[in-house]
Every structure is written in C-alpha cells, then in structure tokens.
Design a protein around this ligand. Sequence first.
Ligand SMILES: *Cc1c(COP(=O)(O)O)cnc(C)c1O
Length: 398
Amino acid sequence: MISALMPTYNRADLAFERGEGAWLYAVDGRRFLDFGAGIATSSLGHGHPHLVGAIAEQAGRVMHTSNLYRVPQAERLAARYVEASFADSAFFCNSGAEANEGMVKMMRKAMSETGRGERYRVICFDGAFHGRTLAMLAATGNKKYLAGFGPEVDGFDHVPFNNLNALRDAIGPETAGILVEPVQGEGGIRPASLDFLRGLRAACDEFGLILGMDEVQCGMGRTGKLFAHEWAGIAPDVMSIAKGIAGGFPMGAILATEAVAKHLVPGTHGTTFGGNPLACAAANAVLDVILAPGFLAEVDRKARRLWSALEAVVAEYPAVVTEVRGAGLILGLKGAVPNTELQNAFAAEGLLTVAAGDNVVRLVPPLVLTDADCDAAVEMIRRGARRCLPTPSSVAAK
Ligand SMILES: *Cc1c(COP(=O)(O)O)cnc(C)c1O
C-alpha cells in the first residue's frame, strides 16, 4: 500500500528534532554535522538567533496579505538586492523552479515587446538542472527526468557546458537568450570557467540576446561573493535565486535589469504567496548576516582552508576520491567508488552530504560554519574514505 506521504523520494531513515549552527540532532539522539544544509539551503545553519527572531517577530505581526497591497518588507528587500547587484528590479516567488519559469517568461516577453517575437528559444547546457516543472524539465534536458511526462515543452536547446564554439553554433534566428548555472549543482558541482561566462556575455551582446543565470544553488554568498558570476567580472541581464536566500524558509526571486523587467506589466505574471511579509522578513534577516562587513571574506577564507584539507584527503586516498571541485562552499568530491557508498560512509562517521551527478558527493555546508566544524568534517571525510578503501578481496574480484 502506498505511504500516506507520497513516495517521491528515497529518504534516509533519519529524522531530526533540532539543530544548532552546522549541527543536527536526530530523534534517536545521534548528532550529525550538516554539510548538506538541506541541499544548500540552510545558509545560516540551524537555529540562527537573528533569523529565528525575525521570523517569530514577523509571524506575530502579520504573515501574509497578498500582492493586492504594498508589502514594505518586500520593498525593502528588493531595494537591498538592487543595491547589492547588477539588477534594477526584483520579483519574488516561492522556489527555484518558479523563479526560472518567470525568468524564461521574462526573456520571451522582452523579445516579443521589442519586435522580436520569433525569438523564444533558450540555449541551456548539458548537465544543467533548473527544476521539476514541465518547462524546467525541458530546460534541464535530462531524459531520465522527462520520461513519462508527455511531450517535452518546446523552446530549449542544449549544448555542451564550457564550450563557447558549440554555444555560438547553436545561436539561431529563434534564440531569445541563454540560461546557465555559473556552478552546476545537481550536475556534479561543475563550475563554468570564468572565460566561458565572459564569452556568454560577449555572445549575448553581439547577437542581442538575453543572458540569464540560474544562481539558485550557487548564489547568495555560497562562492564567497554575493553572486557567483561576480568572479568573472560580468553580469547577467536576469537571474534566478532561491534555496539559501531565506535560510530555509521557502522563497525564490528573479533579479533583472530594467530593459528585461519592464515588460512584465500588471497582469502578465504573478504568484499568490510571492514576497509575503514573512518570507521577506526571513530573506532580509539572511541579508543582514551575509552583507555584514567581512562575512563574505570569511566564507572565502573558510572555503579555501576546507579545499586544501580536502586536497590532502584526495592525495591520501586516490583509490576512493579522485578530485575536489567547485568554488567557495559549493564543493564536490568525485568518487573513485560509487558516490552513494561514500555518502553512506560519511554518514556513518556523522557527516551529512548530498549526492550529485557525475558520481560526486556534494559538500554545501551552512555559510556560518566554524573552523572547528570544518576540521571535524575533514576528519569524518578521512575516516569515511578509509571505510571505502577497496579491500584486497574486492580488488581481486575486479
Ligand atoms: C534546486 C535548484 C533548482 C530548483 O529549485 P526548487 O526550489 O527545487 O524548485 C533550480 N536550479 C538550480 C540550479 C537548483 O540547484
């Protein structure tokens, strides 16, 4: 018989009753270091007093009023995003997929309103992940995710990641724009090269296309800059963010330049919950922490420290892990053994991680982790790697 909770996930047999910082406490009394952060979402860790306080305070006043009225918390949040980014305007919604849907609508509308309505197609990349709605399945392009859900939504073309020649070849008379993750998350923590990102910007400028970035996973401080594209010294025309932006409260946003955003006039797009007072209070509290002087520099410092410690583990256990990849605190360990085996070994040592494509284990800890947390994680990873060492008999069996 089907479980009451629809069985769409393969869940680990673990449930948590509380968390503190980068640590989670299971109902059975065990303690885990959380290097999954709810899939790169609990950016301030668990029980962060400033975030908890802001949510409790706002919940006590008013949670939801709808977009029929002004929402001061949303106006303030939008102004802060605009101040801190390339964008001139922000739209708030509730998830990454919803933000991406809105971003693609915005691209198409901007083309249509500037006399180029035949340009509706978006170029995406192999290994991408943009969400699970019908259109974002097509943007993701993974055949496994598309199977059984009927005709694929039209309008998305795929080319190899980090290959500018292939990208330029794919641009046609129907192309509206490009959609890229500066660091592919689900696809296996694959960073775009900075030259590739600059090349995308140049191609969009040359052909009059819209550059869209999906920073749902890699944005909001995770790479050590507020947004990952900043490392390349370029900016998109429109960008989606979600996951960590409200520290675990469900929220997404689209940030855009005026040229792109101005075409979504009243009646063209909307969402009931989007940008309600409670979500915006959470997101404002997250921004208070991430934009505080020195916070992003600390993320960068901790990330570099973690990277070199992980490099040492790879050097010690090349038969188990072959590579560290990523940027900042969105890191991947590529397995020489199956990533699920690694993930289980790490969990057995008390470390929670997330599997990703390309046989990678994702390390996406809360941005507030301490050096002691880092050191503890590296020790668990080392011990986990030792558990996965091929035994003489398993080597013989191959
Ligand atoms: C998680 C993710 C999404 C989808 O976000 P949801 O909130 O699950 O809809 C989209 N793009 C990227 C890069 C993601 O990591």
